[in-house]
Design a protein around this ligand. Structure first.
Ligand code: MN
Length: 435
């Protein structure tokens, strides 16, 4: 039996456990994948005549388990075996993070995680993909595949394996369409190029330069990105490639920019990457229920969400312009210390992929309560030699904080008084790994 059908068997088991309940408590992550997973499960439960309550969490560190009703954890749980073992209720975990330790359930338990059946959960299926597999077993829910696509894009996954299957499901049932195009938000060219965070083209606050850029290739600023002809797309793609070279972007981003564009016809924002950005900004702003309502088709929520997204994107772009001069040089790293800033991770990502890709970057944000949130980023090229997850874990440990993550993207939480000591250790470890 292949691993995909094993995963499907697990999904069937989850449906079996579900069928014994009329109510479920859903806990899910506050990012695009977690919110999409929550939307898929709750919609599927409603259609099956069941009730639910949904809670969005940043993580499980401060989680207090409740007893009683069926509990469903999405996009989290697999890494917290001790905590999960304490739950005195029927339990379903839908996660794609690497499991850590053995879960000893007190009641009925189904653990649906691709890693358990030999499928790579990093790239091939997200939490919302797993939620969709369950929804598909539960009833006629083909339309929910669109939201599984959102989750995969949100987690920067690829469309092969299970994700590929989900995309095919969605295309063949007419809910999704894949067209060649540029990885750009929808809207007119002026706005799309100026406001895009991925790819970041450094046109914010540089309108004259942007007008010149478009004039040179003969495109009107008012033209809609989604209306460009194939020939115009090609022209724009070449010009964007040159622009990325000029600003000194990491070579790995080039292939990201040009490729397929996915449109989701049954969701309120058709361009999938725009909708993912929208959901993510709502999550970052703490407006998870707005994000959920958007996915449920609420127009008022959409209006609110678009405002949140615009405000968030503008804040990040402003911050980038302002902070560029404040980035400091270490021996083997660059770092930036901010106070009470909107967000650290998009800033760290853009510095590392677009503006200063030759060294790892560490962005620190001192919160009002004296706690410091750290985001560290490195390109895949640097990460061949260096593991930022280890760097963050060890450096944070040294100053009584906690850190971890992935090789290219990691983070930590430390205290304000320890910043200097922490940065010194980060720099020392990076130099050691890069040597
Ligand atoms: Mn996820």
């Amino acid at each position: 039996m292949n691993s995909v059908s094993t995963l499907r068997d697990l999904a069937k088991k989850a449906v079996n456990l579900l069928s014994r309940h009329d109510f479920a408590r859903i806990y899910t992550h506050y990012d695009a994948d977690g919110i999409s997973a929550g939307a898929i499960i709750s919609k599927a439960l409603l259609r099956a005549g069941k009730d639910f309550q949904i809670t969005f969490l940043k993580g499980l560190n401060d989680f207090e388990p409740e007893d009683g009703e069926l509990q469903i954890f999405a996009d989290m749980g697999s890494g917290y075996s001790e905590l999960m073992s304490k739950i005195d209720a029927d339990l379903i975990i839908l996660d794609h993070h690497k499991p850590n330790g053995e879960i000893k359930p007190k009641k009925g338990f189904v653990h649906v995680n691709p890693h358990l059946v030999g499928i790579d959960g990093t790239y091939e299926v997200s939490a919302s993909g797993i939620a969709y597999l369950i929804a598909k077993e539960l009833g006629n829910n083909l339309d929910l595949a669109s939201m599984a696509i959102l989750g995969a894009i949100g987690d920067k996954q690829k469309f092969f394996g299970i994700n590929g299957e989900i995309l095919r499901d969605s295309v063949s049932s007419g809910y999704a369409e894949v067209k060649p195009g540029l990885y750009l938000p929808s809207g007119n060219l002026l706005k799309a190029l100026k406001m895009s965070l991925e790819p970041y083209l450094d046109f914010y606050d540089k309108e004259a330069e942007l007008y010149e850029f478009l004039k040179k290739i003969g495109l009107d600023v008012e033209k809609e990105v989604d209306d460009l002809s194939l020939k115009e797309v090609q022209k724009l793609a070449d010009a964007i490639a040159l622009r990325l070279l000029k600003i000194g972007a990491y070579e790995g981003v080039f292939e990201q920019v040009i490729g397929k564009k996915i449109f989701l016809k049954n969701l309120p924002v058709k361009n999938a990457i725009c909708l993912v950005d929208l959901i993510n900004s709502c999550g970052r702003a703490g407006e998870m229920s707005t994000a959920l309502s958007i996915l449920f088709g609420d127009e008022k929520a959409l209006k609110t969400g678009l405002e949140i997204n615009e405000k968030f994107t503008t804040e990040i772009l402003e911050e980038l312009v302002k902070r560029k001069k404040e980035v400091k040089e270490g021996f083997c790293i660059r770092y930036l210390v901010m106070e009470d800033a909107v967000s650290t991770s998009p800033i760290a990502t853009i510095f590392s992929r677009y503006l200063m890709p030759d060294k790892p970057i560490v962005v620190l944000n001192i919160k009002k309560d004296g706690k410091v949130k750290v985001s560290a980023r490195a390109t895949e090229k640097i990460a061949q030699k260096l593991d930022l997850a280890e760097v963050m874990r060890l450096s944070a440990l040294r100053v009584n904080g906690i850190g971890g993550g992935h090789r290219v993207a990691a983070g930590a939480n430390i205290n304000k008084e320890k910043i200097e000591e922490f940065l010194k250790e980060v720099d020392r470890l990076c130099c050691a790994m890069l040597a």
